[in-house]
Structures are given as structure tokens and as C-alpha cells.
Design a protein around this ligand. Sequence first.
Ligand code: BES
Ligand code: MN
Ligand code: ZN
Length: 509
Amino acid sequence: MRSAYKTPEIALTDRRPEDLDADLLIFPVFESSSAADASVDEACDGTLSRARTSGEFKGKLYDTFIAPITAPGWKTRRAMFVGAGRTADWTSDRLRRIATTAGLLSRQRHIARIAFVPGDAKIPAPVAAQVIAEGACLANFDGGAYKTNDDPWGWLEHVEISLPDGLKALAAVERGRVLGEYTNHARSLSNEPGNTLTPRVFAERAEALAKETGLKVNVLDENRIASLNMGLLLGVARGSQEPPRLVVLRHDPPNAVPGVVLAFVGKGITFDTGGISIKPAQDMDRMKDDMSGGAAAICAMAAIARLKIPVRCMAVVPMTENMPGGRAVKPGDILKSAEGKTVEVLNTDAEGRLVLGDALWYARQLGATHLVDLATLTGAIVVALGKSTTGLFGAPAAWMEQVQRASERAGDRSWPMPTFDDYKDLFKSEIADFSNTGGRPAGSVTAALFLKEFTGDLPWVHLDIAGTAWAEDAKPYQPKGATGVGVRTLVELALDAETWSKLDLTRDR
Ligand code: BES
Ligand code: MN
Ligand code: ZN
């Protein structure tokens, strides 16, 4: 099996572009030409300005243009210009995506040593260093893990980032490298098919990652899960030959922010057939990525440990298949959660909220003070927000705002959705406390409200990543396949714990 990603060497430099020794220099270029372009344009014998005039390359976002450097004083002999769009729309996420775009094109051409020259990007040096490092790592991902017969692209081996006042940004480069690496790790887990990544294998992979990074790990098997009375998780697992697992990872640093235990609860359905309420055949293969929330939670923990972030955190990931089978849960069946609440299962395909119900309760038992769950939960969120924006639900609003800001810094865009109590009528049950589906109207909201039943009175956010975990269409900065959404959001949130630990996040219920 070929490796899914490689983390390149990344170095900061304050050398001028002409003194950089690489195979390719990379320059973001805005639509409006700037003074910063002039010297490299001259080094390329005016090729850049001629391309602008002819219309071949106008700096439109993610357009690219390669030109030979003819000036004798320059060590590197080629430049790649990457369109940066309008200056007014410039963000650090665009810089991150430009780095990925350039990295992917370099790899396609088997160019291994590249240097970024962000120029006067109006982004603080540490932020620029971090996002370029992230973007370069994200480019070094290969989705063809099981191919044996094609000629793969090359890897980026060495990436230099030229920032005049950036030599102090070493910690930022390290952050970017670790964030990129563990986002790629999450992508590789999501890409694994249902037959290679069963619940047991997923748990082993989490355990291995924990050992590598110094996290505490506890894997609960089916007996332990049963002794905790997790009837929702067990109910979903009933239809499968593969036993379920519940993985708990902990990061417990000595210098932790006081009073905070941040818990990430991730949906870990290693394959979702829908169960007895079986899904149509069309695109069912996609449901191998129904553990992307769990992968994000686990990989974020690994990154937090590697970066020694001083905040106590845990990941709680329920892992199971959702299969039809002779013993599978049937529509109309009643399940009892570990917390004691009863659920009428009206649709066995609404399994994510079931396994998360028990996992959210368990995170509270383990002492969580702040909850964030991530789940490829509903098709309805794709209808509401499409493929580019994660649905953000929760309470109180101040906690939602913290998570949204973290997602913005991370380049994982999210947007708030309501959880008004009125919607609870949609999943009433005659026979049990409530049912597991509210039908088509507000499908993502009722799913979120179901989860809310298991969050006690803790500050809680639910991220519905059903639209964002998988890219259907290739973009210049994102090939088709798993995106690793959520990993960087969770780490950015942990990095900011000092700030939000002081907020009053009492929930008004
Ligand atoms: N894993 C799916 C949600 C999903 C759909 C993720 C499409 C990615 C792409 C989830 O378990 C599911 O099946 N949800 C149902 C809920 C319904 C039965 C209430 C859905 O969205 O149709
Ligand atoms: Mn389902
Ligand atoms: Zn699912």
C-alpha cells in the first residue's frame, strides 16, 4: 500500500527571492499589479506583465502561470505565479489555499523543492508562516493508497518560506506542519473503505496514534459498552458481525488552563448502509466516510499532544458499522440510552445521533466541561448549506461564537443554525421519550436537538460536517475525496482556551 501523505521539511528564511535556492519560486499575484511584482517580473524578462496585458494570466484566484527566470543573479531558474484575486478579498485562508494549489502543481511536475515568497501579504508573519506550512502539507496528500500500477506524482520534499521579519515565526511553522500532518492523517482514515477500517481496526489505529503522541488511551469493547448500558450504541451495532468499540483519548498536560476539560465527540460509523431502513445503491460507497467526525476528533487530539497545548482535552469516539442483519434494530424498536432516556427508532438510518447520544453522556461522566461534537449527520445540511460550509449548532451562543471563530481561523468555514425548542415537536414519540427522526422538515435541526438531549447543561456545539467532509468535485486547492474538515478547527479552539475559559458560558434552559 502506498503512503497517503508525506510531511515535507519546512524552513523559514529571510533571504531575498534572488538568493533562494529551490527548483521553483512561488509568488501570489493580485489582480491589480503591485510594486512587489516588479522585481520578479524584471527577473523573468517582463513575462508576467506581458501575460497580464495579453490576458493569459490576470491574477484571478488560483489561476497559475509558470515563467523561466532569466536574470543571471537569481539562483532559482523558474517562477510560478498563483492568482490571489482582488486585494480587498484577501484572507489568510486564501494564502493557505494558494500554497496548496502551488504545491499540487509542483508535485504533478515532480518538483520537490519549492520556496514561497508571499511578499507584502498584509497578513502577520506568524499567521502567514502557519498557513503556508499547512497549505504545503495539505498538497502532499495522495488519495490513491491502493493503486499498484500508475505513476504517482512526486512528493514535496523541502519547502522554504521567505518572510523578511519571519525568523521569529518558528513556532508558527511547527503549528502549521503539525496541523497539516494530522489533517492529512484524518483524510487517510476517512478514505479507508469499510472492509479495511472496521470498528476494531479504527480503534487500533486510534490507539497507535495515541501511543505515538503520548495521549492516554482507553478502548472499550462490546462487553464494557454493555456494562455501561449504552443501549443506543449497542442498538446500532446489533446488525453487524463486527463488534463496536468506544475509544477515549486524553491529553492531561501539567500546566493546563484551570477549570477546563474540552471534549471532542466524533461520529465513528465505519460504514453506514442505513441498516434495515437501507439506503439506495446510488453513492452508498460514500458512506465509508461516515467516521470522519471521529477521525477529526482523534487526529485533533494527536496534534494537540504534539504541540503540547496547555489545555485538558479528551476525545470520545463511538465506533460501529450500521448494517442490516437478522438481529438488526428494526423500525419501531425501542432503545434505552446509558443516561436512561428511551428512544423509538423510526428510521434505522438515523444512527449517528444514537451512537452520539451515548457518547455525549459518557464525555460528561468523564468530567467534560465543554463539548464539541462532529458528525456527518444529515443529508439535510447539504441541502441547507451545500458542500462548502459546516452547520454549527449549540448553546449558549457565546460558545458557538468561539467555535465559529476557530473554524474561520482554521479555514474550515461554518455557519450558525437554530435549535429552537419548537422543533422538538417534530420527533415526539407516543411510546417512548422521543423518536430518532423528525422527517424531512428541518432535518439537520431535529438531529441537533436530539443530540442536545444528551448534553446536560454543558456548553455544547454540534458541527454537522455531512457536506464538508468529502469533496465531490476537485478544486485547484482540494482534490476529490476526504477533506479532513474539523481537525484544524478543534486545535485552533484548544489554542485559544486561555481566552474562552474566562467566559460565562452558562446555558439558559
Ligand atoms: N451518514 C448519514 C448522513 C449523510 C448523508 C452523510 C449524505 C453524508 C452524505 C446519516 O447517518 C443519515 O443517514 N442520515 C439520514 C437521517 C434521516 C434518516 C432522518 C439522512 O440524512 O437522510
Ligand atoms: Mn445513516
Ligand atoms: Zn450515518
